[in-house]
Ligand binder design. Structure first.
Ligand SMILES: NC(=O)c1ccc[n+]([C@@H]2O[C@H](COP(=O)([O-])OP(=O)(O)OC[C@H]3O[C@@H](n4cnc5c(N)ncnc54)[C@H](OP(=O)(O)O)[C@@H]3O)[C@@H](O)[C@H]2O)c1
Length: 259
């Protein structure tokens, strides 16, 4: 990794795409729109009206498009690609910040084998692993062939097999491990097809969002990041990635995480 002023590694005047407008996705979009490096920021999520209202209230300095996408619906992902392709600015950065850990009473991280259900496994794998790959399928081919660009997906340290000391959270851990493998495959394919593109799986730290909210009891306050702080750190990592980092798994501080 090299040193760089924030986002200085990207050629000016491109488009940045953030998929997912949850806690971390929104903070990433806010940071990107506050930087003069990109001419256009596209935020793709399931509730684009809400995202547009939030960003208008934040007084963003560069044009932002809020576009509807459900990463489980390939037609909507294809239509997002059409939207991005129609923008007269090259796409230089894609960050997929969608994900699921829990939903309502019937989808909770498993503590033991008896908690496993095929429905929860299927839902969590679909959102955390298949969703970012549909984004890759339709959006990554739009990256410029030679200029530096980045495709990053927000993974999670608990997806590391080498770092797994506690067990549990079967669906979430395994779906993030699958995502990491998908990202590695994408990096290998792009080395030939789009040599300027760098692919990375990123761990954002433990961040104060709806996703982590029920599981923070043991997290010391100084280790619970605000979404804004995590977004700043993640963009710094993205900015410092070199071609040889492509296919890697990195934490918010730039350190490599074992597979
Ligand atoms: N927070 C943490 O401590 C932490 C730690 C490690 C990794 N992560 C990872 O960071 C990423 C962002 O999480 P977060 O903390 O920002 O949580 P969050 O606030 O819950 O955001 C997750 C977002 O994913 C979106 N999403 C889920 N299913 C989707 C679908 N089918 N199509 C489109 N969007 C979908 C949700 O959209 P809706 O708003 O429409 O439901 C939500 O906005 C996730 O991949 C998560 O696993 C978070």
């Amino acid at each position: 990794m090299h040193a760089s002023p924030l986002l200085g590694s990207f050629a000016p005047g491109g488009t940045a795409l953030v998929v997912g407008a949850g806690g971390i996705g929104s903070a990433l979009a806010d940071r990107l729109t506050a930087s003069p490096r990109f001419d256009r920021v596209v935020v793709a999520c399931r509730a684009p009206e809400t995202a547009a209202e939030r960003m208008a209230a934040a007084g963003d300095t560069i044009p932002v498009d809020a576009v509807a996408v459900d990463v489980l619906d390939e037609i909507s992902v294809r239509s997002l690609a059409g939207h991005v392709q129609a923008i007269d600015r090259p796409l230089r950065l894609i960050i997929c910040a969608t994900g699921i850990l829990h939903r309502g009473a019937d989808l909770k991280p498993e503590r033991r084998l008896e908690d496993i259900t095929p429905d929860a496994l299927a839902q969590v794998f679909a959102v955390n692993a298949f969703g970012p790959m549909l984004i890759a399928k339709h959006l990554v081919p739009l990256l410029p062939r030679r200029d530096r660009s980045v495709f990053a997906a927000i993974s999670a340290r608990v997806g590391s097999i080498g770092d797994n000391r506690l067990g549990g959270w079967y669906a979430y851990r395994a779906s993030k491990a699958a995502l990491n493998q998908f990202m590695k495959c994408t990096a290998i394919e792009l080395k030939r097809r789009i040599p300027g593109a760098i692919v990375a799986a990123l761990h954002p730290g433990t961040v104060d969002t709806g996703l982590s909210e029920p599981f923070r009891a043991g997290v010391p306050e100084r280790k619970l990041f605000s979404p804004a702080y995590s977004a700043e750190r993640l963009l710094d990592v993205i900015d410092r990635l070199d071609a040889e980092d492509s296919g890697g798994f990195f934490a918010w501080d730039g350190s490599r995480i074992p597979w």
